[in-house]
Design a protein around this ligand. Structure first.
Ligand code: G6P
Length: 616
């Protein structure tokens, strides 16, 4: 959601800001804007509704706006409709303070009333305008210095923010502040960069500062000074980003999603090899001790979207291999429910938060709730230095590299393999897995990348089927056990990028309602990778077929009976059934991709969706 960029250096800022915003397009947005200042000349603000291309046209790709210091923003509307007026940057009436903001100001109404009482008026419907004017108010009331004014405002603001600000009296400087919304700062060759996310600045620098919660910074040219809420200077060490600039480019593919689908063998292999060497899994880097593992009586897996679906699949694996009861919760539910935790929860429970971005607002809130209740937490996170990675007690980094397409593929696959290694190791430490099975499971994981590769080789078959079916109105995915978890992800992929209504059902639930929706020609995709459940799901296929369904079967090589029943069957290599999601999800990702392409849709940036959901 909302993307933020900033530049302060010795080149023209606008083209750099626009390039950075382009790299952040994947976050989701509906309007964009920038503000550039040339020395002590008045700042110029330009905004546009719609795609970034409109802003680029308005500014002649940034060439018509002069100045070497500036801020930019892509807005994903929360308060107020998408419009040029509501787009950022926002500005105090006399141009004293100009700023952009990502996040939500929860007490904006109360702050607005305070400002109205003090003579302020408002031109937009945004909470950001209120924040900017509040800073202006404190600037004028007290010391006339940015750090003091920002700090006074931050003490009054409730909610989340990544703020970039420019002050009329302080040319050549940008001020930033952050709480619960992502923001990083970078430096290279006497110039400074600001961004919501690494891909926006990878081209320029890999030396970044992760500014902490409720911290501020004054960003000069190639020098950054950090402050705490008291206005005292603080030290933040720079970190080196491991991702290379090419990782955030399309690399010859038409869409990031397709590139990322093809990067899955590597994402799985890299993530596996980060904890497994010579047939032995070593989780010591994550800091969970064998004693802790032995004591576990309950695991909670908490996540949103596809990461939640990883949790659903992992639940079966963990319960089976490690013998620990698992509850999988949507983060948006977990954070508000009153779950009775056991008396010894701080010792016998573990909360696993799965998140690609590490910034999803609900997942972060769930993590904090777990901490409030004294429960230990493990973050399975892709983005280094993200909020969840910083706040979790233990972190397992997935090594998927930057994921740009809104619809996740490689991060999902990397998360799955991370959870498998946790399940195997927990099972081993708890004495439930023999040495022989341990060796076999690890060999199965080692074989996954090649099996995924093999499914990818069969891409054209799925492409053909998708082109034929892409006019479908409703699609149902059915499966049992892990096949149900795979169905959930397949269905989400399809609906989010192709806008075709789809639902996933535990196959046994069909008769409790959904079957009434099956008509002549309704596409039903049946997932059958779990040997002990295949017969059961096959019966459900027979039921829907006799009501007119058009059937696609997704199963493993060897289950050739499925062909007798299904109108179209696709096969994936067999693996240990616990790990089947890793292989079987691939044709469903491809199916969703080719549905969207056949329908002429913007695969990487589906409407209304954001890559990183940083507000509730
Ligand atoms: C958004 C993305 C999904 C992702 C979900 C959770 O909805 O489009 O791909 O699964 O957020 O994001 P996270 O970063 O926490 O994994």
């Amino acid at each position: 959601m909302c993307g933020i960029v900033g530049f302060n250096g010795h080149q023209q800022a606008a083209p750099i800001l626009l390039q950075g915003l382009t790299k952040l397009e994947y976050r989701g947005y509906d309007s964009a804007g920038l503000c550039v200042r040339d020395g002590s000349e008045p700042a110029v603000i330009i905004k546009a509704k719609g795609r970034l291309s409109v802003l680029k046209e308005k500014t002649n790709d940034g060439l018509s706006v002069h100045g070497d210091c500036g801020i930019g923003h892509t807005r994903w509307a929360t308060h107020g409709e998408p419009s040029e007026t509501n787009a950022h940057p926002h500005c105090s009436d006399d141009g004293n303070v100009i700023g952009v903001h990502n996040g939500i100001i929860e007490n904006y109404q109360e702050l607005k009333e305070k400002l109205l009482r003090n003579g302020y008026t408002f031109y937009s419907e945004t909470d950001t305008e209120i924040a900017i004017k509040l800073i202006d108010y404190y600037y004028k009331k007290y010391l006339h210095t940015p750090v003091d004014a920002i700090n006074h405002a931050l003490v009054r603001i409730r909610g989340s923010y990544a703020l970039e600000l420019m002050f009329k009296d302080y040319p050549g400087e940008i001020y930033v502040a952050r709480k619960d919304s992502p923001m990083i700062l970078g430096i290279a060759n006497g110039e400074s960069y600001i961004a919501s996310d690494v891909p926006a600045i990878l081209k320029y620098t890999r030396t970044v500062y992760y500014i902490g919660n409720q911290q501020l910074a004054r960003v000069g040219k190639g020098e950054i000074t950090f402050y705490n809420l008291d206005g005292d200077e603080i030290e933040i060490e720079p970190k080196t980003v491991e991702w290379d600039a090419a990782a955030a480019e399309k690399g010859g593919y038409e869409h990031f999603m397709m590139k990322e689908i093809h990067e899955q063998p590597k994402a799985v292999q890299d993530t596996l090899h980060s904890v497994e060497h010579d047939g032995v899994i070593d989780l010591s880097g994550i800091g969970i001790t064998d004693e802790q593992i032995q004591k576990l009586r309950q695991i909670y897996i908490v996540a949103c979207g596809s990461a939640y679906h990883v949790g659903v699949a992992a639940q079966y694996v963990l319960e089976d291999l490690a013998g620990i009861p698992v509850r999988v919760e949507l983060a948006s539910e977990f954070r508000y429910r009153h779950l009775p935790f056991s008396e010894n929860a701080s010792e016998d429970s573990l909360v696993i938060i799965i998140s690609q971005s590490g910034e999803t607002a609900d997942s972060l809130a769930a993590l904090r709730k777990a901490h409030e209740k004294g429960l230990p937490t493990l973050g399975v996170v892709n983005v280094v230095g993200s909020s969840i990675a910083r706040e979790a007690d233990h972190v397992f980094y997935t090594l998927a590299g930057p994921e740009i397409a809104v619809a996740t593929t490689k991060a999902y696959s990397a998360q799955l393999v991370a959870l498998y290694t946790i399940a195997i190791q927990f099972g081993k430490v708890r004495g439930l897995i023999s040495d022989e099975d341990y060796t076999k499971y690890i060999a199965d994981l080692e074989a996954l990348p090649a099996k995924i590769e093999k499914v990818l080789e069969d891409e054209s078959r799925i492409q053909w089927f998708a082109a034929k079916q892409s006019n479908a109105h409703d699609v149902f995915f059915i499966g049992r056990g892990i096949d149900y978890a795979i169905s959930l992800e397949g269905s989400l992929k399809l609906k989010e990028i192709s806008y075709v209504h789809s639902e996933a059902y535990a196959a046994g639930e069909l008769k409790h309602g959904t079957i009434s929706l099956i008509e002549d020609g309704t596409l039903v995709i049946s997932v059958l990778t779990q040997p002990r459940l295949i017969e059961k799901t096959t019966s459900n296929m027979v039921e829907v077929r006799s009501r007119g369904a058009y059937l696609m079967g997704l199963t493993t090589y060897g289950n050739y009976d499925v062909e007798d029943l299904a109108d179209f069957t696709t096969y994936v290599p067999a693996t240990d059934p616990h790990f089947a999601a890793s292989v079987a999800v691939i044709p469903l990702q491809l199916l969703a991709y080719y549905f969207a392409v056949s329908r002429g849709l913007d695969v990487d940036k589906p409407r209304n969706l954001a890559k990183s959901v940083t507000v509730e």
